[in-house]
Design a protein around this ligand. Structure first.
Ligand code: ATR
Length: 271
């Protein structure tokens, strides 16, 4: 049996052990996957310990994704662009490789599970923190007509857009600069955590706009409720992204891609 884990702080509510447990059952891979709470001041020690004891791979979650990026000896392109790492493993030469599967998870959830086009679409992203930076490269690679990043602190949005501007049509600004309609709106702010809404005008919505909240919870998020209240017909939350990023990590570690649909359904049914 090969050992894997997710590291965070706190970690008690993580769904990752359950998700990877279901993947293992489904694929017949002999793995064990647990949750580890690292002390806030010794993430590096926790990671070193895990691999020294023969652990094969780690997922990394809040608040350690940037620390994991710093700790990794090598980064994949998407982890490099994200400035954050959610998947760690040692390669044949014993080097610690950092990858980031969050953006791939988001793109796959939208395009494969939800049948939502990104290619050619006008995309609005709300927020300019780590969660948004983490997904920008795969989103741009999916070929949108444009990506507009809006943030409360406008300079963070313009700065982020500037960093990615060589990679595709991306711009940034404050919420007050939004004067057009969008096909797809992704909420990457942490406002939902507090039941808050980003201050975006409903003028950005059309009849056919679809919205995606990267957060999820037992109840509809405040952002999804806002969208529905303004006539949006399709709202999605981040549960599918959570399962898809896990599936991509599983594929990297095991070389097998699990079927995510039954796992998403299982999580939706009891949460
Ligand atoms: P994360 O890693 O989850 O992205 P973060 O880097 O702290 O966390 O970023 C949080 C994001 O949510 C930021 O874009 C933040 O806006 P500011 O940069 O202006 O702070 C946004 N955010 C948090 N609470 C918000 C609220 N109540 N309304 C609007 N935006 C909010």
């Amino acid at each position: 049996t090969d050992h894997y884990a997710v590291v965070g702080h706190p970690i008690g509510h993580s769904q990752s052990p359950r998700i990877h447990g279901l993947f293992a059952e489904q694929t017949g891979e002999a793995i064990q996957y647990v949750a580890i709470e690292a002390p806030l001041d010794d993430f590096a020690g926790t990671v070193r310990d895990f691999f020294d004891r023969g652990g094969r791979g780690l997922n990394v979650t809040v608040p350690f994704k940037e620390a994991a990026w710093r700790l990794a000896d090598e980064h994949t392109d998407r982890a490099e662009a994200a400035g954050a790492v959610n998947t760690l493993y040692r390669n044949e030469r014993g080097r610690l490789v950092g990858d980031n599967t969050d953006g791939e998870g988001l793109v796959r959830d939208l395009t494969c599970n939800e049948d939502t086009e990104i290619s050619g679409q006008r995309v609005l992203i709300l927020g300019a923190g780590g969660a948004v930076r983490g997904v920008l490269l795969p989103l741009l690679q999916a070929g949108p007509a444009e990506i507009m990043i809006a943030n409360r602190t406008a300079e963070k949005a313009t700065g982020l857009a500037h960093q990615f501007s060589d990679l595709g049509p991306v711009s940034g600004g404050g919420y007050d600069t939004l004067h057009e309609e969008f096909d797809l709106i992704i909420n990457g702010t942490s406002a939902s955590l507090a039941g808050d809404l980003p201050p975006v005008s409903p003028d950005v919505l059309t009849e056919t706009t679809v919205t995606y909240d990267m957060m999820y919870g037992p109840d509809r998020t405040a952002f999804s409720r806002w969208a529905l209240d303004h006539g949006v017909k399709r709202t999605m939350d981040g549960l599918g992204m959570l399962v898809e990023q896990a599936a991509e990590s599983f594929r990297i570690w095991r070389g097998v891609r699990p079927d995510t649909a039954p796992v998403i359904a299982a999580l939706r049914n009891h949460r």
